[in-house]
Design a protein around this ligand. Structure first.
Ligand code: NDP
Length: 254
């Protein structure tokens, strides 16, 4: 019997898939049976993630692309499509950046950069991949939001990032409603603090806010967030669209 959670025969594209959460999502989707492509700006990092996956027994397609450039989104989508016989079933909009700069310090450039990648690139990638999903009347898009789109995290202020992730959550709902008639499901995963390059969770000065304030009293590892993405990608989530799946150890429940 085929498991509802199986992704056998499916194809997936994960943006920002060469490290941190994106790499864990790519490996999780591959473990569930999908053929997976990853993208990122650094070719070396992409190839190294693909080599790591190969050691674990999975072939990843590595695509070099800066998705703040529309022409590179289009080239990335074409490359993934041609690797996967013209079909991307699952899109994980994961690439994101964060600046720690408070409201009086954040520069116009930082504000623009955060929204350019976290919101605009996610939007344009969804359109590029969503068009063929619409034609096939099927697809699952998973946007990576954040608990920062729900609460304000301390003590490093990051208003641009917080606002961008709230925008990701609402864009998720907007696309879910608009694209439901096309058979496309659009959901988000909102992680709490996860140990990656973006979040310096080990620094002792953050212990109080980042660990002690979390009901589970710890941060997550990327592998702990990946199953949420795999679930939303799978047929087990067939009636779930427009949801924000919070994976934060209870942080936002307090
Ligand atoms: P990392 O900084 O470790 O990874 C970011 C990834 O995005 C890299 O693969 C990077 O690759 C890619 N990327 C950055 N800029 C671009 C660009 N212009 N075009 C294409 N790819 C790009 O971050 P995390 O793994 O921690 O975060 C992944 C996602 O999870 C982000 O959206 C983040 O906001 C979200 N998140 C993270 C949390 C955490 O605690 N870590 C908590 C909640 C949400 P390259 O440099 O090669 O381009």
């Amino acid at each position: 019997m085929t498991s509802l959670f199986s992704l056998d025969g499916k194809t997936a594209l994960v943006t920002g898939g060469n490290q941190g959460l994106g790499k864990a999502f790519a490996l999780g989707l591959a473990q569930a049976g999908a053929r997976v492509a990853i993208s990122g700006r650094r070719e070396e990092a992409n190839l190294s993630a693909a080599a790591e996956a190969k050691n674990a027994g999975f072939d990843l397609v590595a695509i070099t692309a800066d998705i703040t450039d529309d022409s590179q989104i289009s080239a990335m989508t074409d490359q993934a499509m041609s690797a996967f016989d013209g079909r991307i079933d699952i899109l994980v909009n994961n690439a994101g950046i964060c600046y720690h700069a408070d409201a009086f310090d954040v520069t116009d450039q930082q504000w623009a950069d955060v929204f350019d990648l976290n919101v605009r690139a996610l939007w344009k990638t969804s359109l590029a991949v969503g068009a063929s999903m619409r034609d096939r009347r099927s697809g699952s898009i998973i946007n990576i939001g954040s608990m920062s789109g729900i609460i304000v995290n301390r003590p490093q202020w990051q208003p641009a990032y917080n606002a961008s992730k709230a925008a990701v959550h609402h864009l998720t709902k907007s696309l879910a409603v608009e694209w439901a008639p096309y058979g496309i499901r659009v959901n988000a995963v909102a992680p709490g603090y996860v140990k990656t390059e973006m979040a310096p969770v080990d620094r002792p000065e953050f212990q109080r806010y980042w660990v002690e304030d979390c009901p589970q009293q710890r941060f997550a590892l990327p592998e702990e967030i990946a199953p949420s993405v795999v679930f939303l990608a799978s047929d087990a989530a067939s009636f779930i669209t427009g949801s924000i799946l919070v994976a934060d150890g209870g942080y936002t429940a307090v």
